[in-house]
Design a protein around this ligand. Structure first.
Ligand SMILES: NC(=O)c1ccc[n+]([C@@H]2O[C@H](COP(=O)([O-])OP(=O)(O)OC[C@H]3O[C@@H](n4cnc5c(N)ncnc54)[C@H](OP(=O)(O)O)[C@@H]3O)[C@@H](O)[C@H]2O)c1
Length: 248
C-alpha cells in the first residue's frame, strides 16, 4: 500500500457513491494508504458513519445525486476541504433488473443518467481541474454486463458499455495532459446492489467462476488502489476485469 503515496504528498480522491458496497471498500483502502477521500451519495448509512468516525480528518461525505447535481460543485466542495482532486473513482451506480420490453421509458432515462451521463459530467469536472495541474487518474467502475449479454439489464449494460467507450476515448484525449483513465470491471460481488440475487443463482455464479468462489469487496478495492497508484503509471485506456475468471 505504501506505493500509493511514493514520492508524493498525500493525495486526494473523490469516490462517488461510497456510502456502502464497493465504493466504501475502495474509500477505506485509500484512507488506510494515506489518501484524503471525499464522497457523496443520496443518503448516508451506518457503515459510512463508522468510517467517518474512524477517519474524521481525511474522510468527508456530502449528500448528492450524480444524475441531478452540478458535478462542479462536488469537486469544489472536495477541493475546499482537502485540496485539488488527484483521483476520481466514478463508482456511484444503480441497477434495476427489468425486461426491456416492459420497462417504462423513464427507467431507461434514469439508468442512463445515473450510470453514464452523470459519471461523464463528473469525469469532465475532475478532468478540467486535473488538466490544469498536468496530472490525475480517473477510474470508471463498469460491469461485466458491458462485456457479455445478460437478460433484464439492457439499459444498465448499455450505460456501462458507454462508460468503457468513454474510458478509451478520454484516455486518448487526456493522456497528453498527464491524466490516466481506466475502467474497472467487477464481476459479481455481494452488496446491496446484488442483494436480490437468489441463492440458486449465487451457487450458479460460483460454479461458473474458474476460481470457484465469489470475490470480496476488498479484492475490488485492492485493484482500484493499484490502478490509482504510481505502480500503474503506464496503464491507461484499459478495462480491467476482476471476476475470478467468470467471463473468460
Ligand atoms: N456489486 C456488484 O456485483 C457489481 C458488479 C458490477 C458492477 N458494479 C458497479 O459497482 C458500483 C458500486 O456498486 P455496489 O455493488 O457497491 O452498489 P451499492 O451497494 O448499491 O452502492 C451504490 C452506491 O452508489 C450510490 N448511488 C446510487 N445512485 C446514486 C445517485 N443517483 N447519486 C449518487 N450516488 C448514488 C449509493 O448511494 P445512494 O443510493 O444513497 O445514493 C451507494 O453509495 C456501481 O457502479 C455498480 O454498477 C457492481
Amino acid at each position: 500500500m505504501s506505493a500509493v503515496t511514493t514520492g508524493a504528498a498525500p493525495r486526494v480522491a473523490l469516490v462517488s457513491g461510497a456510502s456502502r458496497g464497493l465504493g466504501l471498500a475502495v474509500a477505506e483502502r485509500l484512507l488506510a494508504a494515506g489518501w484524503s477521500v471525499g464522497t457523496f451519495s443520496r443518503s448516508s448509512t451506518d457503515e459510512l458513519d463508522k468510517v467517518l468516525e474512524n477517519w474524521p480528518d481525511t474522510f468527508s461525505w456530502t449528500p448528492g445525486d450524480v444524475a441531478k447535481d452540478d458535478m462542479r460543485q462536488h469537486v469544489r466542495t472536495l477541493q475546499e476541504r482537502f485540496g485539488p482532486v488527484d483521483a476520481l473513482v466514478n463508482n456511484a451506480g444503480v441497477l434495476h433488473q427489468e425486461l426491456f420490453l416492459t420497462m417504462p421509458e423513464q427507467r431507461i432515462d434514469e439508468l442512463l443518467a445515473v450510470n453514464l451521463a452523470g459519471p461523464a459530467r463528473l469525469a469532465q469536472a475532475c478532468a478540467r481541474q486535473m488538466s490544469v495541474r498536468g496530472r490525475g487518474v480517473i477510474l470508471n467502475v463498469s460491469s461485466i454486463n458491458s462485456l457479455r449479454g445478460f437478460r433484464g439489464v439492457a439499459a444498465y449494460a448499455a450505460a456501462k458499455a458507454g462508460l468503457d467507450g468513454l474510458t478509451r476515448s478520454l484516455a486518448r484525449e487526456l493522456g497528453p495532459a498527464g491524466i490516466r483513465v481506466n475502467s474497472l470491471v467487477p464481476g459479481y460481488f455481494e452488496t446491496a446492489m446484488t442483494s436480490q440475487v437468489t441463492d440458486e443463482n449465487r451457487v450458479r455464479i460460483t460454479r461458473r467462476t474458474p476460481l470457484g468462489r465469489l470475490g470480496t469487496t476488498d479484492e475490488i478495492a485492492r485493484v482500484a488502489t493499484f490502478l490509482l497508484s504510481d505502480e500503474a503509471a503506464f496503464i491507461t485506456g484499459q478495462t480491467i476485469t476482476v471476476d475470478g475468471g467468470l467471463t473468460c
